[in-house]
Design a binder for this molecule. Structure first.
Ligand code: ADP
Ligand code: ZN
Length: 220
């Protein structure tokens, strides 16, 4: 086994990618690299990247490939990711990103591509009740009975609806997913690194499925 666990997570918005990526990162002791979270942080800090990305994010469109590539290249080049590996959540999202990422990782290729499968009808329901912590990006499900203001149980930050979880932006992101990201599944399938995992069930059940796939693969 080559040192390091390198995993790409695919799945529609609301499939549970973020939750499962965080768990995998903890389990395998590797960094969780969420490009959406990196961008949201950039917006919060009002950095150059954040200012360029804010409107694009709120419309539910994709940020430019070259910007995303330089963000990801910078992050995977850091010590923790270089030695331990990474869980990549939200990248690549286009064929351009995938092929460029292949050349970047030629010497240490990604070992697993997980497609967390949840149908569109189901994620639509999940997304309308999704709430996130403004500080740490932890994800919650609204039931209507939460305290107001709602505080994150992990960090105490305020739990809010994401500004891109409006019906219009959700539908846009799902359309973009089908058009630009779903074709990548065939791309990775062709290389034999793709694993389809059923995303229905409790977070614990889904995590067990993914863990089994990865641990079985690592033993081979
Ligand atoms: P979701 O999966 O719910 O859309 P993410 O947190 O993964 O949430 O991404 C939020 C937004 O960040 C996307 O709608 C897009 O605008 C931008 N984004 C994240 N990753 C990428 C990427 N690899 N390429 C282009 N844009 C991205
Ligand atoms: Zn929090």
């Amino acid at each position: 086994m080559s040192a390091g666990v390198r995993i790409i997570m695919f799945g529609r918005q609301g499939a549970g990618k973020g939750t499962q990526s965080a768990r995998l990162a903890k389990h395998f002791d590797v960094p969780h690299i969420s490009t959406g979270e990196m961008l949201r942080n950039a917006v919060k800090q009002d950095s150059v990247v954040g200012r360029a990305a804010k409107a694009v994010l709120d419309r539910g469109e994709l940020v430019a490939d070259d910007l995303m590539l330089s963000l990801v290249q910078g992050r995977i080049g850091q010590e923790d990711a270089r030695t331990a590996g990474f869980i990549l959540d939200g990248f690549p999202r286009t064929i351009v990103q995938a092929t460029a990422f292949d050349s970047l990782t030629q010497t240490r290729p990604v070992g697993f591509v997980i497609d967390l499968d949840v149908k569109r009808e189901i994620v639509l329901g999940r997304l309308s009740s999704r709430r996130v912590c403004r500080s740490c990006d932890a994800s919650y499900t609204a039931t209507g009975n939460e305290p107001n203001p709602w505080q994150c149980s992990k960090c105490g930050g305020s739990v809010v609806q994401r500004t891109d979880d409006t019906p219009a932006a959700i539908n846009k992101r799902l359309d973009v997913y089908e058009a630009q990201t779903a074709p990548l599944i065939a791309y990775y399938q062709g290389r034999g690194s793709l694993h389809l995992v059923d995303g229905l069930g409790s977070p614990d059940e889904v995590f067990e499925r993914i863990k089994t796939v990865v641990e079985t693969g690592l033993r081979r």
